[in-house]
Design a protein. Structure first.
Lengths: 347, 252
């Protein structure tokens, strides 16, 4: 829990990872390129005091993760969102066994989500059943730009993906975290296109779709979809560190999200180990939309409490002390829209 | 065109300045994507660079192939070599360029038809963002103006200046009307929105502009993190948000 100026905030970090990008785990140059890209994000968006040496960035291990995420008592709960990246790393990028062992040792603090890939076909469906039982899955992290043989991406509305979502429904895996990445087949269209989220959210209204990075770099398309689909949520991973480097831009992101989605569908995420949660929570609680941006309302304490933890706690059934809970807000002025009014092709 | 034409680095850079990053709606020369230019006689070799190894390969292809086309169109140019450095698809793209394999020949099974639709999508976004900048600048110039008033605004009502010029050039690129009597606010399909849809159309256009501008700043920043010193090759991007609201006159 985080306390400031007499207010208590229940904190859920909805996106953390325990990765291993050390050279001995890299399969090829892409393994190095991938972690170097993360490290450039980290160096570019972090305050100087929060920048780690490259060697530390490659791998943290469970002990350090517990210290970085929970050490000062600010974060109440965190959720693993692993990426497989099996074409780049010999033992994968997300370290399943280590993260799950940590979750078993700290069940009140950690939730382990796993991944699936519809390109694994029937065998992958069996694996998902086994994983759901072993990890007691309530959510999955999907990275649509993951490489797989000669395929460099998939879409949420691929027919095989629908088989997986049907199985998620059956197994009670209700939280589908979606990370849109930059390479997808075919290359003819926008690789960051979020239109497939629209399709699955309409067809699986009992599943919740949390779009990581709030759709960035396609914030506008994401907001439009989320306006129509009440089961689409915004994850703030990668968006929230802009609070330091470009606070006016971050104000616009928050202003847009609250305007289009309302305050009940936005989730705080540090994206650890890209960044650590402490400075992000502290800065977010102190943050306000600049007064000259009259197109947006101010971020109230209630909005901040919901974003920082209450919204994610609700999705995952994480117990929140009664005195820290807040009621849902009324519908936004923008929604909900009728799906037929959507026109994604005309952005 | 005479046999005495000589190729200069200035010619090469001028040609490259016509190549636009479709996502950011800016010339590649302004964002610092040109890593090096080497002219030797009538031969030219240009290296391009991007903010990350994982920038989308379709956008990368558009930029490097446009650069190759722009340089080949120079009357004094003989051998033209364009290469993309440090990208996860560098080998594939550079081989495709060298062999004149085209988009489909380069990407094989990953390419279906062409990148025309992709290009058109981002031309529409560029127009939407330019339209919103013009309208927001107009609104901010007089706080008494209500958002709903933008529905009646015509191109001729906009102040002369770079924000209006940028809008006009993007309308021209899409074949949209540019006469002074044309409405400024257009729905995504180019039609004039009805009165009750004016605010929603403006708000939606705003989300496009914020997205495009935000990406442009992030890409610039990442490029300088990845290639220290690259900031010297970047031109400041005009922004209607980078300074406080007043004074308003500088906007027009």
């Amino acid at each position: 829990m985080y306390s400031k100026d007499g207010e208590d905030y229940f904190i859920v970090d909805a996106h953390i990872a325990l990765w291993d990008a050390r050279p001995e785990n890299q399969l090829n140059v892409h393994g190095k390129q991938f972690i170097d890209c993360f490290y450039d994000y980290h160096r570019n968006l972090s305050p100087e005091s929060e920048v780690w040496p490259y060697e530390e960035y490659l791998y943290q291990g469970g002990e350090r993760l517990m210290r970085d995420v929970f050490g000062n008592g600010i974060v109440d709960h965190a959720i693993f969102q692993p990426a497989r990246l099996g074409e780049f790393y010999a033992r994968g990028f997300g370290q399943t066994e280590e993260a799950f062992a940590l979750t078993q040792a700290n069940p009140d603090k950690l939730t382990y989500n796993h991944y699936f890939d519809p390109r694994d076909g029937e065998r992958g469906l069996d694996q998902l059943r086994a994983d759901a039982e072993r990890f007691d899955l309530k959510g999955v992290k999907l990275y649509t730009a993951d490489w797989h043989g000669d395929s460099r991406g998939w879409k949420l509305n691929d027919p095989m993906a629908y088989r997986y979502f049907e199985l998620c429904r059956e197994l009670g895996i209700t939280n589908i975290h979606v990370h849109k990445g930059p390479t997808i087949r075919p290359l003819d269209r926008d690789a960051f296109d979020v239109a497939d989220v629209d399709h699955v959210a309409t067809d699986f209204t009992d599943l919740q779709f949390i779009v990581e990075h709030c759709g960035l770099p396609r914030l506008e398309d994401f907001c439009w979809i989320a306006t129509q689909e009440p089961n689409v949520h915004a994850g703030l991973a990668v968006a929230i560190p802009f609070i330091h480097t470009r606070p006016r831009y971050f104000a616009q992101i928050m202003g847009e999200l609250v305007y289009w989605l309302g305050e009940d569908r936005i989730l705080f995420s540090s994206d650890y180990a890209l960044w650590t949660p402490t400075w992000l929570v502290e800065r977010f609680v102190d943050f306000q939309i600049p007064e000259d941006m009259t197109e947006y309302g101010p971020l109230t304490t209630a909005v901040k409490k919901k974003v920082l933890g209450l919204n994610a706690a609700k999705l995952y059934g994480i117990p929140v002390p009664p005195e820290l809970q807040l009621p849902d807000a009324a519908e936004t002025a923008t929604g909900p829209r009728q799906p037929e009014s959507a026109d994604l092709a005309m952005a | 065109m005479t046999a005495t034409l000589t190729l200069t680095e200035a010619d090469v850079r001028a040609a490259l300045s016509t190549v636009v990053d479709p996502e950011l709606d800016e010339p590649i020369t302004d964002v610092g994507f040109v890593r090096s230019v080497t002219v030797s006689g009538d031969a030219v070799e240009v290296h391009l660079r991007l903010p990350t190894s994982f920038c989308a390969p379709n956008f990368a292809w558009l930029m490097v192939s446009d650069a190759q086309d722009a340089l080949r169109a120079l009357p004094a140019a003989g051998r033209v070599v364009v290469e993309l450095d440090d990208h996860h698809d560098s080998d594939l793209i550079n081989a495709g360029l060298a062999a004149d394999a085209g988009y489909r020949g380069t990407f094989g099974h990953e390419a279906e038809d062409s990148l025309d639709e992709l290009r058109a999508t981002f031309q529409r976004k560029a127009h939407t963002a330019a339209m919103e900048r013009a309208l927001t600048a107009w609104l901010r110039a007089d706080p008494a103006r209500p958002e709903t008033a933008v529905g009646d605004l015509c191109l001729g009502d906009l102040p002369v200046g770079p924000t209006t010029d940028a809008l006009l050039s993007r309308r021209a690129a899409l074949g949209l009307p540019v006469d002074p009597g044309s409405p400024v606010l257009l729905a995504p399909d180019g039609s004039r929105p009805p009165a009750d849809a004016v605010t929603a159309t403006l708000r939606r256009a705003r989300s496009v502009r914020i997205s495009v501008d935000g990406n442009a700043h992030f890409c610039r920043g990442l490029l300088t993190t990845r290639y220290p010193g690259a900031e010297a090759d970047q031109t400041a991007r005009p922004s209607i948000d980078s300074r406080p609201l007043l004074p308003l006159e500088v906007l027009s």
